[in-house]
Design a protein around this ligand. Structure first.
Ligand code: WT7
Length: 657
């Protein structure tokens, strides 16, 4: 060892484009045989039974894949199971007293739910839901932050065969109402409030506000998170969570036998149009896929203290805090709060205290850790960590290497996992004990996943060239449709490059990507009008429609600009109506309208008033130019514009601003 290990390491990290899986990891990994890729290829789709076999089935499937009604694929046909029984009951023999959920509140309070305790409360709440009149196939909405009652309510729904629709707590009242109406959901589970940076935040007011715009009669179950901090007077259609559970103390509810294809949950996500899409996930295929990828990629084992720091309000939390880890009987760590409260070492304190074995987080968080400095992780013993993961957006090689070195001590593989709400689970990433890691590139498609990069004609592009990512074959975790909208499902995901006459249906995720000679895929970002702000998916159309709803706004265009911490930030270009003053107050009104329609996550970084938007002669807004302006880049070709002068005017304005 030289006397300047740090300097040498930096130099090596800078140069090194490829990293081998650390030996200590390989020795103990769940999946180590590289033959698994061939096995899936040669034995497709039957190889997928390996995923289904991770679960307990009431009765086995007759057929692995039914592709007779493309693209409405069915997996594990006629198989019967219950997701809650798979996540709870089947672990009771061996793991009743082991922790299923280790919950850490923002104020430092903690709760441990053993499998037995979690099973008990899920049963009690399932009985309570039945008392509330919830029947099989009724959609129950949850609008809750990271409190244990959220996964409990999800599993209680799964137990009685009622699909859940979890709405991220940071979304606005209007966003809640839109999702409840779209799903015709008439039961809401929410909470009084939660803590952020030590301060109690009201949540119920927002929930009640949203319910004002929901059609039909809705009953609400309210979790008391704030205790004495806030006392709630319940209306006639509001029920206290604890009272309901108490009233059903000791109740058991037989898990309802569900068909593999029955809906487990709905998750709304942003698309190109103004209306969010209700992504429908199945019970058998989804759960098999979440369990299999947790095992193969996150290397989850029952004795682990596994931590995914996402919010359960997004798909990552569904698949990799709740369903995947609990199906495998491990301990899932759940943290309520922010990573820098009370101090910037909070994450590392938790890793240290709970002996966390895997950490799965997002590039936006890693960029923040990097900015705060390596002295924070250095204060703690992180040697319990065995694997690191990232998801949500491309990770730049510098952030990747920082994570690898300062969190993983070069002993933990980093899995950069590409997937989406629609895919249910990971699709493109290395298997940590098998594939070399290339910082910045997610890796090859997982075994059994067939992906390619194509041009606008659907023909594969050569290595190194940018194209569109497509998936050629169905997979068990795929979305089944968009809720009550099969037509939009086909339009959005399958039409683009599919040639039904040639019997070729391909799934189009709307991401740009390139592939290298080893088949490693680097995802370049969305090719549609969807933004990725701090790993959160937002539709530009949704933001635009909130802005044009403000009185005095004539027209608006929203684009994403590069942002050091958030990845992308929202830039709003606004044309005011004649006579409307471009005042500070009006600016604030526009920002408030976006927060009301979607939530603070969609808050524009910048609102730029402009007399005109750059448009082509056919009247199409040239977003690319607006992005260039937001990024302070040299402008691309403006010759096709109807109004070329306007871009320079806007640019001047932004530079002055
Ligand atoms: C979009 C999906 C998957 C759960 C979290 C986000 C981007 C996701 C990566 C990655 C590059 C990534 C894509 C994708 N994305 N993971 N590892 N590298 N980009 O789910 O909200 O449905 O967003 O996130 O653009 O399409 P989502």
């Amino acid at each position: 060892m030289s006397d300047q290990p740090e300097v040498e390491l930096e130099a090596r990290l800078k140069e090194q484009a490829e990293f081998e899986p650390p030996e200590s990891f390989v020795e103990q990994a769940n999946v180590t045989d590289e033959g698994i890729y061939d096995e899936f290829e040669e034995n497709w789709p039957d190889a997928w039974e390996r995923a289904a076999e991770l679960l307990d089935w009431e009765s086995e499937w007759d057929q692995v894949l039914d592709d007779s009604n493309e693209p409405f694929y069915e997996w594990f046909v006629d198989g019967k199971l219950n997701a809650s029984a798979n996540c709870l009951d089947r672990h009771l023999d061996d793991r009743a007293d082991e922790a299923a959920i280790e919950w850490i509140g923002e104020l430092g309070e903690t709760r441990t739910y053993t499998y037995e305790q979690l099973h008990r409360e899920v049963n009690e709440f399932a009985a309570a839901l039945r008392d509330q009149g919830v029947e099989e196939d009724d959609v129950v909405t949850m609008y809750m932050p990271m409190v244990p009652e959220l996964p409990i309510a999800m599993l209680a729904c799964a137990r009685i065969g009622a699909p859940h629709s979890v709405v991220f707590a940071g979304f606005s009242a209007d966003a809640l109402a839109e999702r409840m109406n779209s799903a015709s959901s008439d039961l809401l589970v929410t909470c009084d409030g939660y803590y952020r940076r030590g301060e109690p935040l009201d949540h119920l007011e927002k929930a009640r506000d949203g319910l004002g715009s929901v059609d039909g009669d809705v009953d609400t179950v309210i979790v008391d998170r704030l205790g004495d901090e806030r006392s709630v007077d319940h209306n006639a259609d509001e029920f206290d969570y604890d009272e309901l559970v108490e009233a059903n103390s000791g109740a058991t509810v037989e898990p309802v036998v569900r068909d593999a294809e029955d809906m487990l949950f709905l998750m709304y996500t942003s698309g190109t149009t103004g209306k969010p899409k209700g992504v429908k996930h199945s019970t058998g295929g989804y759960l098999s896929y979440a369990a299999w990828t947790s095992q193969a990629v996150l290397d989850v084992k029952p004795d682990d203290n596994y931590w995914c720091s996402a919010d359960i309000g997004w798909i990552t939390g569904h698949s990799y805090i709740v369903y995947g880890p609990l199906a495998l009987g491990t301990t899932s760590v759940m943290y309520e709060g922010t990573p820098d409260y009370p101090d910037k070492d909070r994450m590392w304190e938790i890793v240290d205290e709970y002996d966390v074995t895997q950490l799965y987080t997002a590039p936006t968080a890693i960029r923040a850790f990097m900015k705060w400095g390596s002295e924070y992780p250095a204060q703690h013993d992180l040697s319990s960590l065995r694997l690191l993961g990232t998801v949500g957006e491309p990770i730049n090689p510098r952030a990747w290497k920082w994570y690898y070195k300062h969190i993983g001590n070069e002993e933990c593989p980093v899995v950069d996992t590409w997937w989406q709400t629609e895919t249910g689970g990971m699709m493109v990433t290395t298997i940590p004990a098998i594939g070399n890691m290339k910082p910045g590139s997610a890796g090859p498609p997982l075994p059994g996943i067939s992906a390619d990069i194509v041009d606008t004609n659907g023909d594969p592009v050569e290595a190194g060239r940018a194209g569109y990512l497509i998936v050629n074959k169905p997979w068990p975790g795929m979305l089944r449709t968009l809720y009550k909208n099969d037509e939009r499902f086909i339009d959005e995901y399958w039409d683009e490059y599919s040639i039904p006459e040639r019997d070729q249906w391909v799934y189009f995720p709307e991401d740009g990507a390139k592939i290298d000679d080893d088949g490693y895929i680097t995802v370049l970002g969305r090719v549609d009008d969807v933004l990725n702000v701090s790993g959160h998916r937002l539709g530009t159309m949704e933001i635009e429609s909130a802005i044009v709803g403000v009185e005095g706004v004539a027209e608006a265009a929203v684009v994403g600009g590069d942002h050091e911490m958030k990845g992308e930030a929202v830039y709003a270009y606004v044309i005011t109506e004649d006579g409307q003053e471009e005042s500070e107050a009006f600016h604030d009104e526009i920002i408030a309208a976006v927060e009301d329609a979607i939530g603070p996550i969609a808050r524009p970084e910048s609102v730029i008033f402009t007399p005109e938007l750059p448009k082509t002669r056919s009247g199409k807004i040239m977003r690319r130019l607006l992005e260039d302006i937001a990024n302070g880049e040299e402008l691309g070709n403006t010759s096709t514009l109807r109004n070329p002068d306007v871009v320079h005017d806007i640019q001047k304005k932004v530079n002055q601003g």
